[in-house]
Design a protein. Structure first.
Length: 89
C-alpha cells in the first residue's frame, strides 16, 4: 500500500507538484508495491544516522523521499532536487 503524508497531499492540491510528475511517482510506487524490485527505478538509500531506512526515488527534476514499514510505502516528501536535499541535510 502507498501512503502519502498530509504535506505531500497538500502540495498536490496546491499545484506545487505537477500532476504529470505525481502520476509518474504514483505509478512507480504501485510497481514497487507489486514487485518489491528496487532495480526497476533510480532508487538509492539515503545516507545518515536515521532511526529507519529512507530512500529516494528520482523522476526527472523531482525526488520522492520514502520509507518502507510492514510492506507499506510511506511517501514523506516530493519536491525538486534542490529542495529535497536541503531538507535532508
Amino acid at each position: 500500500m502507498i501512503l502519502y503524508e498530509k504535506s505531500v497531499q497538500k502540495a498536490i492540491q496546491k499545484g506545487e507538484i505537477p500532476l504529470k510528475t505525481m502520476k509518474l511517482f504514483h505509478n512507480a510506487f504501485k510497481a514497487l508495491d507489486v514487485t518489491q524490485d528496487f532495480n526497476l527505478f533510480d532508487i538509492k538509500k539515503l545516507k545518515g544516522n536515521y532511526k529507519r531506512d529512507y530512500y529516494r526515488l528520482r523522476k526527472g527534476k523531482y525526488r520522492a523521499i520514502f520509507y518502507i514499514e510492514d510492506n507499506n510505502f510511506y511517501v514523506i516528501y516530493i519536491g525538486k532536487r534542490e529542495e529535497v536535499y536541503d531538507i535532508w541535510q
